[in-house]
Design a protein around this ligand. Structure first.
Ligand code: HEC
Ligand code: HEC
Length: 203
């Protein structure tokens, strides 16, 4: 073994051997002094992260405003909103039954009192942005289709989930309502991993 290495070394032109040696030393020094760069998430990591995001999007706090029909849903069991409330032309309800008739700019204290936010409404009928009943694969594809997200890119969706005031309500939903299963910052982090790994969709 030792002989073979020696022989190999002696056959290399000296400059080349020096370069190889220097390179090896450089790599060694670099690996001691710098932490290795964190690897770019691969498709599997991306898919796993989406499943975490999916759990949040389909939690009651989010899906109650992202229903398949034209009535909002209520409670941890996502039952149809009482009082026959409808989406209306702009998502803010129908004449005489506008959301802000009952929903104020902040939560009203107490069980079963209307929660509140200044933007309280459903998405408008042109872009219903349905989360209820979507499988992970379906929701993943939907979020990547600008025709179904009102033209938002993935980066803009991440921005929306990270900073939008109405989305933020879900993490301070008022008495008797369970917040989503991940914190807001963890949700944003999982979305970043999903997008960074190519926004892979579960099968
Ligand atoms: C007549 C009054 C009234 C109107 C109008 C109304 N709501 Fe509500 N809403 C309530 C009350 C009261 C609650 C709380 C129910 C509870 O906690 O049991 C509620 C709860 C909700 C919830 C449940 C929140 C959660 O995660 O559990 C959603 C979503 C909602 N309303 C959406 C809307 C939207 C959107 C509109 C307009 C299109 C609207 N509401 C119009 C009274 C109203
Ligand atoms: C009170 C109702 C309400 C709640 C609660 C709510 N949303 Fe929304 N959501 C909306 C409305 C209205 C829009 C449309 C806003 C717009 O287009 O500017 C929207 C849009 C979105 C969008 C962008 C559109 C798209 O492509 O789907 C995302 C993403 C989203 N919501 C995620 C969430 C998440 C995640 C939660 C829970 C953490 C949540 N929403 C809770 C009403 C709600």
């Amino acid at each position: 073994m030792r002989m073979a290495v020696k022989e190999f070394g002696s056959r290399l032109p000296t400059t080349h051997a020096g370069a190889v040696c220097g390179l090896a030393l450089g790599v060694l020094v670099a690996s001691i002094h710098a932490a290795p760069p964190s690897p770019k998430p691969d498709a599997n990591t991306s898919r796993e992260a989406f499943l975490q995001v999916y759990k949040v999007f389909t939690s009651p706090r989010c899906q109650n405003c992202h229903p398949a029909g034209d009535s909002p849903l209520q409670g941890d069991d996502s039952h149809v909103h009482l009082q026959n409330v409808g989406r209306g032309k702009d998502g803010h309800g129908v004449y005489g039954m506008r959301c802000d008739t009952c929903h104020q700019t902040t939560n009203l204290p107490g069980e079963h009192m209307p929660p509140g936010n200044s933007k309280w409404s459903l998405p408008a009928p042109e872009h219903k942005m349905v989360f209820v009943g979507r499988s992970p694969a379906e929701l993943c594809r939907q979020l990547k289709d600008p025709k179904q997200t009102g033209g938002r890119s993935l980066q803009q969706l991440l921005e929306h989930v990270s900073t939008d005031d109405l989305v933020g309500w879900a993490w301070g939903p008022g008495t008797g309502r369970t917040p989503p299963p991940l914190s807001r910052s963890d949700t944003a982090m999982q979305m970043k991993i999903w997008i960074g790994g190519g926004a892979a969709c579960p099968q």
